[in-house]
Ligand binder design. Structure first.
Ligand code: SF4
Ligand code: SF4
Length: 322
């Protein structure tokens, strides 16, 4: 049973506050390995095939495989940097305000009374702000890369953290900022989040008015569906459910009950599909690989429903290049 948490209305307002009017749709899931990225990629391709200028933000930066499944390479790389502190021991008065203020507990004072960065720095810049004598300067450090690639109506934004680093939230924010800066140039933006209900998922969903939660009819799938739907409730995100591997014998009833308990609907059920699997292995969306297949029809129907529900009348009429 989920626990309901009420957020301050200001937090919810900020969560939904975008600088553009293009609808943002999250593709998410409480559990990994349920086909979330398959849904995101094929729905993106279906919207593009309907002539809609569609952006896919692959915000699953720890396992960014949207590009592989779309058959699109990583291009137009931009470096993501954070400002790490550099300490001037001549100016430092040893007040230790920076040590106490660092939320990552990454600053230490040595016996020689010098301040040293030991550990992760997320570039929050709090230490710069609290230093009373300007003894800290900013040194940029590269933490990862964002990419952008375009093909017809489809634009893919993705990013990757440098190996061995742990600050993936920085890349999620950077890839979203890059896409959102161009938000008005699309008819619709999809965001593929990482699985789970942690900060990166919340960061990825920020700005989404609607989300599809992808799950599977297993005991863990039902449990994790409850968690992700509770998170979406908390941030007042309208949501529905896609059941992947709906043909698995198992917890269909539990999935139905959980969905209904969160005022959602199961909008699509995907059975094991040979043609979808073949398209996955080829790295070509099924709507392009096998346009006459059942799976292709399913994703085109989903795209049509999203267009009718969330795109403005003007966006519904636009016809981009194919
Ligand atoms: S920038 Fe933020 S995280 Fe990094 S050392 Fe300073 S206070 Fe800590
Ligand atoms: S806040 Fe500034 S003066 Fe105080 S210990 Fe840190 S670097 Fe030194």
């Amino acid at each position: 049973m989920s626990v309901k948490t009420e957020l301050h209305p200001e937090i919810i307002r900020d969560f939904h506050n975008n600088a553009f009017s293009t609808p943002v749709i999250g593709i998410t899931g409480g559990k990994g390995g349920v086909g979330k990225t398959t849904v995101a990629v094929n729905l993106t391709a279906a919207l593009a095939a309907r002539g809609k200028k569609t952006a896919l933000i692959d915000a699953d930066v720890d396992a960014p495989n949207g590009g592989i499944l779309l058959g699109m390479s990583l291009e137009n790389a931009l470096d993501v940097t954070v400002n790490e502190p550099i300490f001037d021991s001549e100016k430092c008065t040893d007040c230790q305000k920076c040590v106490k203020a660092c939320g990552m507990n990454s600053l230490f004072r040595s016996k020689e009374k010098t301040i040293t960065l030991l550990g992760e720095c997320n570039g929050c810049e709090v230490c710069f702000l609290v230093c009373p004598v300007d003894a800290i300067t900013q040194g940029p450090r590269s933490v990862g890369t964002t990419y952008k690639n375009e093909r017809g109506n489809l634009t893919l934004y993705t990013g990757a953290l440098h190996p061995g680093l742990a600050e993936s939230a920085l890349i999620v924010n950077a890839v979203k900022e890059r896409a959102f800066a161009e938000g008005d140039s699309f008819d619709v933006i999809l965001v593929d989040t990482s699985p789970g209900t942690h900060c990166n998922v919340i960061g990825a969903l920020k700005g989404a008015a609607y989300a599809l939660a992808v799950t599977e009819p297993t005991p863990l799938g039902a449990h994790d569906l409850d968690l992700i739907l509770s998170l979406l409730d908390m941030f007042a995100v309208k949501k529905d459910v896609v059941v992947n591997r709906a043909d698995l014998p198992g917890r269909q009833a539990a999935i139905r009950e959980t969905t209904a308990a969160h005022d959602g609907e199961i909008v699509t059920e995907l059975d094991l599909d040979e043609e979808l699997l073949a398209s996955y292995l080829e790295g070509i969306p099924v709507v392009d690989f096998r346009p006459d297949s059942q799976a292709s029809t399913t994703f085109m129907n989903m795209a049509d429903n999203l267009i009718a529900e969330y795109l403005s009348p003007e966006q519904q009429r636009t016809e981009g290049q194919s």
